[in-house]
Design a protein around this ligand. Structure first.
Ligand code: ZN
Ligand code: ZN
Length: 147
């Protein structure tokens, strides 16, 4: 079955909370896993609605919070104020296009290593960090240039 590990992880988490893994929660989970990363609650709701029109926005929103608590999703808040969700995957940072809203993931060993050195220098114990570069993506700045 598709997403068996994720389903089990959610079931275990819900059981621990005394909650049931309902059919609705299952639809929301699989739709989320099928979605591209950095989806907002509203965007996910629009996708869920196509499969199961009876599921309301509040249910989608609450279930997303449960997915975060269960360690299946990560919440991301960029400067545009919209909260987005992505699947839990290897550490990465983001380039955010202020024109079209595109979000690109990157991972730089050089940046990570430099950060580690800075932390040592200041005897600072880093728990997590976030790099967000804001600007115009390749498609959007090409438009700027031609204008
Ligand atoms: Zn763009
Ligand atoms: Zn990401």
């Amino acid at each position: 079955m598709k997403y068996e590990t994720e389903r089990e992880q959610l079931s275990n988490y819900l059981a621990g909370m005394g909650l049931k893994h309902t059919k609705q929660r299952d639809v929301i989970l699989t739709t989320f896993l099928d979605s591209a990363d950095h989806v907002s609650a509203e965007q996910l709701y629009q996708k869920v609605r196509k499969k199961a029109p009876s599921i309301g926005y509040t249910t989608v929103y609450r279930t997303l919070k449960l997915l975060v608590d269960a360690g299946l999703a990560q919440e991301r808040r960029f400067d545009d104020g919209l909260t987005r969700y992505e699947t839990e995957h290897a550490h990465h940072d983001h380039l955010v296009c202020l024109e079209c809203g595109k979000i690109i993931e990157f991972n730089s060993k050089l940046i990570e290593d430099t950060q580690a050195k800075i932390a040592i220098e200041y005897d600072f114990k880093v728990l997590h960090h976030r790099h967000e570069l804001y600007g115009h993506c390749s498609d959007c700045h090409k438009k700027d240039d031609s204008a």
